[in-house]
Design a protein around this ligand. Structure first.
Ligand code: NAP
Length: 431
């Protein structure tokens, strides 16, 4: 891991000694949102620290997040294995490759990264000041701004066999958009588990690619909206198997086993063992893939009673990625604020609708630009400049990200620019 040292003292003039261990930006989470936020804040000379997570692969709390379990990403614009390939041969990249590239790119521009699991964040007790992040390793990090990109974890069935076939082309997936295309030549078809909108959406999507889709649901009532349910029911490629749960998964030899020694002892999904929820009878259903679509859980446990969430636990923001205080926030001063100063959200942790790598990356960029603006505003206030003298609108900061001149600027230059602006403003006002 590259360590760029402390970011102390760059931004808040005169307070460097007192705040010597205070970072400008701490990013929690290492999916596309976190890495993009790290890239943007690093390029803005904010020396971000990204805390990448390191714990439980099944809950995506692994460095890189949910995409680490995706074999082929074919819909992240520009992410192709070989840009010189003929159009017919264009291939996407694997999730780990894309995440690895994003990580390297952010490191290259000066982001610092650590693999620790955040266990506690104090956002309520110090509005507008310095926030504290603690990790399972017993470390404590303090920051003037925090970008929350902890993502969401797809719920899984909880059966032992699921682990054996999960991700990396094994046949169990939680994302049809990511993995569905791999089954375009499937003989036996695929199964989708669930009775909500996600399951209907996944089944309808897969039916465009795969010749047969089984929709497996544990009862006959559905949580799905009428329109999405009837769309799936009317699709001749989708067969509904109700009162059924997947009790076990049977494997078959990996298709590449004969050609490649690496896959010799590996298995992929061969059949789902279905159990009738009324009779308890079991039967085998040959399928090549199983898509579990029984909902997602946002990784927001850390922020309970501190930040506003919707009913499903997704973090809300004010339209500019700024986190909103919870009405149960311990600090009454914080409860009165419209947003928590310097705390931003990005990616699946606040998005239950799109949930795509590209949308998460976009939100990471937005959060980074907002964090940069927030820090510049704080800095202007500290050096006593009138707010109107400082051009730190999101548009101006966003524009500066594609100006090469900006790449050469350090924080000191930014302060000088702001001061020049203030002088110009005063001269103009005096005339
Ligand atoms: P959901 O509405 O909570 O549905 C989850 C489904 O999975 C339920 O049918 C549930 O069965 C089943 N399930 C849960 N645990 C299970 C288990 N262990 N084994 C087998 N089945 C299990 O979740 P969702 O479909 O992800 O939707 C979440 C939210 O996102 C909803 O508000 C939805 O409207 C929204 N959404 C919207 C769209 C869209 O508008 N395009 C698309 C996707 C999601 P039971 O019903 O028996 O509990």
């Amino acid at each position: 891991m590259r360590n760029n040292g402390h970011a102390d003292g760059h931004l808040l003039n005169g307070t460097a000694e007192k705040n010597s261990d205070v970072r400008n930006v701490v990013i929690i989470g290492s999916g596309p949102a976190g890495y993009t936020a790290a890239l943007y804040t690093a390029r803005a000379n904010l020396s971000p620290l990204l805390i990448a997570g390191n714990l439980d692969p099944k809950t995506s709390r692994i460095k890189g997040g949910q995409l680490m379990y995706t074999s082929d990403i074919e819909n992240f614009p520009g992410a192709v294995a070989d840009r010189h390939a003929d159009v017919a041969d264009v291939k996407g990249v694997s999730g780990p490759d894309l995440m690895g590239s994003m990580e390297k790119q952010a490191l290259h521009f000066g982001a610092e990264m650590i693999e620790e699991f955040v266990t506690e964040v104090d956002l309520c007790s110090a509005p507008g000041n310095v926030y504290t992040v603690r990790t399972a390793d017993g470390n404590e990090y303090r920051a003037r701004s925090i970008i929350i990109a902890t993502g969401a974890a797809a719920r899984t069935l909880g059966i032992e066999a699921e682990n054996r076939f999960f991700g990396q082309g094994g046949g169990v997936s939680t994302c049809a958009t990511c993995d569905g295309h791999s089954y375009r030549h499937s003989e036996n078809g695929v199964a989708v588990v669930g009775g909500g909108d996600s399951a209907m959406e996944e089944a309808s999507y897969l039916a465009r690619i795969v010749k047969k889709v089984y929709l497996i649901h544990r009862r006959e009532e559905f949580r799905a909206s009428k329109i999405m349910l009837s769309r799936a029911q009317e699709n001749p490629k989708i067969e509904f198997l109700l009162h059924s749960v997947i009790d076990d998964i049977k494997g078959k030899p990996h298709p590449a086993a004969a050609a490649n020694a690496f896959f010799k002892d590996k298995e992929v999904v061969g059949a789902a063992v279905l159990k009738d929820t009324r009779s308890g009878d079991t039967r085998e259903l040959p399928v090549d893939g199983i898509f579990v679509a029984i909902g997602h859980t946002p990784n927001t446990e850390l922020f309970k009673s501190q930040l506003k969430m919707d009913e499903a636990g997704y973090l809300e923001h004010d339209g500019r990625m700024r986190a909103i205080p919870s009405i149960t926030c311990a600090n009454p001063e914080m409860r009165r604020l419209e947003h928590v100063p310097g705390v931003f959200v990005a990616g699946d942790v606040s998005d239950h609708i799109y949930r795509q790598a590209i949308t998460a990356a976009g939100m990471g960029c937005q959060a980074a630009i907002e964090a940069e603006r927030y820090l510049a505003e704080s800095m202007a206030a500290q050096i006593g400049l009138p707010a109107e003298a400082v051009d730190i609108s999101p548009e101006s900061i966003a524009q500066s990200h594609w100006s090469s001149e900006r790449d050469q600027m350090d924080a000191k230059t930014i302060v000088e620019r702001i001061e020049e602006g203030a002088e110009k403003c005063e001269t103009e006002m005096a005339q």
